[in-house]
Unconditional design. Structure first.
Lengths: 189, 354
């Protein structure tokens, strides 16, 4: 029995064009702000299909149809979603996501899609999503709480977790065929 | 360390747009970026109009700090990311000039530009300029060959000049931001075609990947960029190098060219001269001698007589044999002891140890 190999992509929707418009709000919060509720899985799929058709033409559309593209999870509150696709086509899908520049709904805001994690099993993706969300929480706390930090430190002592570690969730590591690819960094050389 | 050596800057770029781009690139995980000033015609007295950011007190400082952060040390990470007044992070900002080679006078004036900018790149458009850039332009003059891949080149990239450039230390720059702009629908196709040809000619070596982002929406995360290039034919590991190792090499080289003596000798740190250094030397010496002792003792397992003699001699000299015996493993010690018991003649130091 041959198993169909799949890839799960954990994607974040980022809103960089609003950085600096809201004074006092940390960058991490602005970039990871919630997405509009109008974004339904179907709308997302349509947007992706349109982009793939634009970039790769009929060949791409066909490959995606055969690849069993599916939205496994979509949370507009955290601007996170998980896609499933066969392994052969995942780079094509990823490219399409990279080329998308606005939320695929009517009058969608400009945004960028960032693939945070690629994995062969949904369990690992789930773990990565949780880990990523927690890192974000720490980053937000770090950025927001910086002003009160001095007082807090006086009360509770020095914080163990450094700001650098918290705010850098994961630059990259792309390897072709390993089963589970965490996008953790090439940066710690 | 991730680098993005090309954030497009022109006199019409507003400060707020620029900070937005920089802040987003910091949050995407880039450690150092370079603002790029594309100069078509170099004026006789060039100036550096690029805006400065809080950390940049003097011209040579950013290159220096980048070079020092390039030393793969996380302990000085506070140097590499600065904060604005709002407490938001910015990457290390370098200044870069790109000179169009269609202006021969501009190429002559590159040394003047080099004094003003942290990095200098050249941008060839014709075959003549391209092969000149690959084979003639010295690495001290410019270390990047920036290619505008959205335009059709009237020639093919041939492996010979390309590999010559790479082996001389020059790097080719490709900018993914050009494909993310709308506008000319053929531009993306041309870009992909050119990239594939360049990758074929260089076999993916010596490529620096940068964004050339004019707006913040043209920036992408490092993993996304690597995937994009992997689809178009640049292997993922080469793409990763193009974001980390290769641009770092460029930045460090240019930094040394500006600070060091003839781009070769550089003062990294001045050693402190005090008693500590002396102590350290002694420490090293003792450690070394101990290691030697250990070795001698271990070797002594084979030829017992010789070992005994050597150890005795040293014992007389330095007066501490115990650490040397301590270096012998338990098993070894047991073995020695057994041997000694068999022969019935215990050497003095084995008496001590047992």
């Amino acid at each position: 029995m041959v198993r169909i190999k799949e890839r799960y992509l954990l994607v974040n929707i980022l809103y960089p064009s609003e950085i600096g418009l809201k004074p006092g709000v940390p960058d991490v919060v602005v970039i990871n702000q919630p997405t509009t509720d109008k974004l339904k899985p179907q709308a997302l799929l349509n947007g992706i299909r349109a982009e793939v058709a634009h970039t790769f033409g009929d060949f791409g559309s066909g490959a995606l149809e055969g690849g069993g593209l599916q939205v496994k999870y979509l949370s507009t509150a955290t601007s996170t979603f998980i896609l499933r696709i066969t392994r052969a086509q995942y780079r094509m899908l990823w490219t399409a996501l990279t080329f998308m520049d606005h939320v695929p709904v009517r009058d969608g805001k400009p945004c960028t899609f960032r693939v945070v994690h690629v994995s062969g099993t949904i369990r690992k993706v789930e773990e990565a999503a949780i880990r990523h969300a927690r890192d974000l929480m720490f980053a937000v706390k770090d950025q927001a709480g910086e002003k009160e930090k001095a007082t807090l430190e006086a009360m509770f002592g020095q914080a163990k977790r450094t700001r650098q570690a918290a705010a850098m969730p994961a630059p990259l590591n792309v390897d072709d065929d390993s089963g589970d690819e965490d996008m953790v960094d090439i940066s710690d050389d | 360390m991730l680098y993005d050596l090309n954030i497009a800057w022109s006199p019409s770029t507003t400060q707020s747009d620029l900070t937005q781009t920089l802040r987003f690139s910091a949050s995407l995980g880039y450690h150092a970026v370079a603002l790029n000033h594309l100069i078509e015609n170099v004026p006789p007295q060039p100036k550096n109009p690029l805006p400065r950011f809080p950390s940049q007190t003097s011209q040579s400082q950013p290159a220096k700090s980048a070079a020092s952060t390039g030393d793969s040390d996380n302990s000085n990470s506070n140097k590499e990311t600065q904060k604005t007044d709002d407490g938001d992070r910015l990457p290390t900002v370098l200044h870069r000039a790109t000179v169009c080679m269609s202006d021969p006078a501009g190429v002559q004036r590159i040394p003047q530009l080099a004094a003003l900018y942290d990095l200098v790149a050249v941008r060839p458009t014709t075959e003549k300029e391209f092969s000149h850039a690959c084979q003639e332009v010295r690495i001290e003059v410019a270390s990047l060959i920036s290619l505008d891949l959205t335009q059709r080149f009237p020639f093919h990239f041939r492996p010979k000049p390309c590999m010559a450039a790479v082996s001389r230390g020059l790097r080719f720059e490709v900018c993914y931001g050009q494909t993310l702009r709308g506008g000319d629908p053929r531009a993306r196709a041309t870009w992909i075609g050119n990239l594939m040809e360049l990758v074929r000619a260089t076999r993916g070596r010596g490529i620096v990947v940068s964004s050339e982002a004019r707006r913040v929406t043209e920036l992408r995360g490092p993993a996304d960029v690597v995937n994009l290039l992997a689809v178009w034919g640049l292997a993922a590991d080469k793409g990763t190098e193009g974001l980390g190792v290769n641009p770092r090499g460029v930045v460090v080289n240019e930094g040394i060219n500006r600070r060091g003596y003839r781009g070769v000798v550089d003062i990294v740190q001045v050693a402190a001269k005090d008693e500590e250094a002396g102590d350290k030397m002694e420490g090293i010496e003792t450690a070394e001698s101990q290691a030697q002792k250990g070795k001698a003792a271990a070797a002594g397992g084979n030829g017992k007589k010789r070992k005994g003699g050597a150890n005795e001699g040293r014992g007389n000299g330095s007066g501490n044999v115990l650490p040397a015996d301590g270096a012998v493993s338990k098993r070894q010690a047991k073995k020695l002891k057994k041997l000694a018991a068999q022969e019935g003649t215990a050497t003095p130091e084995e008496n001590k140890s047992s």
